[in-house]
Design a protein around this ligand. Structure first.
Ligand code: ADP
Length: 567
């Protein structure tokens, strides 16, 4: 039942207590020499120490023992009367000299049981603390996993988590962080000799092959070429025992449904079943983030390819447009000479064909200019000349430039007056380009006899109203804006097509826009030009009733008289 150490040098007491306890289930040891108390206690690991109050230096001896055996029960054998008060604080119980054998036995038994219960409690507490610590490690490891999309880092976190929860002597992780090149990551407590590293390499490859039983493993590993990354905690020491006789655990690491690698872990002392659960959990937990990391890597690679393609496309457009511009100018000049009559008069049919050729050359040069503009904007090479300016001048210019075209088509182009609009900080030429495009579209898509109205006003960002599909663009605005609106009574755009009108090369499905043709680049160019002004563009339309295209430019905050050029 328990170990009892009896400290006394009185023969009759030794005799008496030996008679009581010298039988099972007790393991009774007597010590009478003060000099060997500690030595005897160490051999005996006492659950209860009974001290005779008559023993030499009793207080000092209790104190010494107590400092080492603080969970042992101390019982003092005291005189029938007159317990020395000074000693009571060091002892758990006392027995008087005249106590009957039964009472002595029961007092000691109670103390033995208490001591054993305390021991069980503290073992349970320790297990609980261990489990809590492991849970914490698992939690922090999984948070680290969740925060990373880098496969090498994920493997590091896994090993770090294992080190904290299992304190291993060595881990050998075979990882396929890239598609073809495996790497063997060794994390070791002490230095590993070259022979040991070679042995570990071989062992890991065999482990790897064993995972696929009779099937061929997905990758062939060349032992000579296998790259080793070694981290040693205490490089001044070397392993003295045969590592392979240490306790070990092994687990594959998967990448979703695919193979990623495997890990073997060694420890000098045996692993418990809790260790095994913890090991399996961490090795499994890393699987999902590894899969995300792979997907992320694939997305990044695809993005890079797409970016490259986009760049190539822009370059291609830019080169082709430049190449087309030269012969087109030559054609245009030749047509102009023909129409000037310098080469003689043409007959009626000839004039008709000439006019048709001139119209198409103009259309083609418009398309080429749009292509060049877009490629410049996308390459960030568009020149802007920002100044403090008034939107009225832009509206006046466009009205003047397009009134003739509108009149020819039987349309009424009106610019409504708005008095005293504050200045904006903008590139007037680019804004003229934007407004020209909007009014040209209005002219293109509005039947004869109708009105096209250009309006302008000032509004705060939160007052701006747009269909839901433009809400995100409007939300980005902040402060005061000059808003310009081009309203027509034309064919309109269906709600589902509103956003698409701003896509590159978009032509909304309707007979008119097909017939009229165009580059489909005017609106995307306008959008990008306005974004360069910290503004935006949107439209509101109803099929067969008409459209309202709006754009907003922030009211100038730069002091007037200051002109800035931005390349
Ligand atoms: P395009 O040069 O082809 O006109 P845009 O980018 O300027 O290119 O316009 C894209 C498409 O949006 C047009 O082809 C047309 O289908 C539609 N669209 C633009 N403005 C209007 C409008 N005022 N009324 C009706 N549809 C329009």
């Amino acid at each position: 039942m328990g170990n009892i150490l009896f400290i006394s040098d009185r023969l009759e007491k030794i005799q008496q207590y030996t008679n009581i306890f010298n039988r099972k289930p007790y393991n009774f040891t007597v010590v009478s020499d003060e000099n060997v108390i500690l030595e005897t206690a160490e051999l005996n690991s006492p659950d209860v120490i009974i001290l005779d109050y008559k023993f030499n230096n009793i207080k000092k001896n209790i104190k010494n023992l107590k400092s080492i055996y603080n969970s042992t029960a101390f019982v003092l054998l005291t005189p029938s009367q007159g317990l020395e008060q000074d000693l009571t604080k060091y002892i758990n119980a006392f027995i008087t000299e005249d106590l009957s054998e039964d009472l002595v036995l029961s007092t000691i038994n109670v103390n033995l049981r208490t001591k054993q219960s305390l021991e069980q409690l503290s073992a349970t507490n320790k297990n609980l603390a261990d489990s809590l610590y492991r849970l914490n490690v698992l939690y922090s490891t999984s948070s680290q996993f969740a925060g990373s999309l880098d496969k090498e880092k994920l493997v590091d976190y896994m090993i770090e988590g294992l080190d904290k929860s299992l304190s291993f002597d060595l881990t050998c992780t075979l990882a396929f962080c890239t598609d073809t090149e495996p790497v063997l990551i060794l994390n070791s407590l002490y230095e590993l000799s070259e022979e040991l590293v070679s042995a570990i390499k071989l062992r890991t490859i065999l482990n790897y092959k064993s995972l696929f039983e009779n099937k061929t493993p997905p990758f062939e590993i060349d032992i000579e070429k296998l790259k080793v990354i070694k981290t040693v905690k205490y490089p001044a020491n070397r392993f003295t025992f045969n590592l392979f006789q240490y306790d070990n655990m092994f687990a594959p690491i998967s990448l979703g449904d695919n193979f990623f690698g495997c890990i073997e872990i060694f420890k000098e002392t045996p692993f418990t079943s809790d260790d095994a659960t913890c090991f399996q959990t961490i090795a499994q937990q890393v699987s999902l983030p590894l899969k995300s990391a792979t997907l992320y890597q694939e997305i990044m690679e695809t993005n890079l390819k797409l970016e490259k393609l986009e760049r190539l496309k822009s370059e291609f457009i830019s080169i082709v447009s430049h190449e087309l511009r030269t012969p087109l100018t030559a054609i245009k000049n030749s047509l102009d000479i023909l129409s000037s009559g310098r080469c003689g008069d043409l007959n009626e049919a000839g004039n008709k064909f000439l006019a048709m050729a001139q119209r198409n050359v103009q259309r083609l040069s418009g398309i080429i200019n749009d292509l060049l503009d877009l490629s410049k904007i996308e390459a960030g090479k568009m020149d802007y000349h920002f100044t403090n300016m008034n939107i009225h001048s832009v509206i006046e210019y466009v009205k003047f430039a397009l009134s003739g075209v509108a009149r020819e088509k039987g349309l009424n182009l009106i610019a409504e007056e708005t008095a005293n609009l504050p200045e904006i900080y903008a590139d007037s030429q680019r804004l003229e380009q934007v407004l020209t495009n909007l009014v040209s579209n209005a002219i293109k898509f509005t039947p004869e006899g109708k009105n096209i109205i250009i309006r302008s006003h000032i509004a705060r960002a939160e007052q701006l109203k747009a269909p839901d599909c433009f809400k995100d663009d409007i939300k980005k605005l902040n402060g005061e804006y000059i808003v310009v609106c081009v309203e027509d009574e034309g064919i309109g755009i269906a709600e589902k097509d509103l956003l698409r009108a701003f896509d590159k090369f978009a032509q909304i499905e309707n007979s008119l826009s097909r017939k009229i043709g165009g580059s489909g680049l005017g609106l995307p160019i306008a959008k990008q030009l306005l974004e360069a002004h910290n503004g935006t563009i949107w439209c509101d339309s109803e099929l067969n009733k008409g459209s309202r295209f709006y754009f907003a430019i922030p009211v100038s905050k730069v002091p007037s008289k200051m002109e800035v050029s931005v390349n």
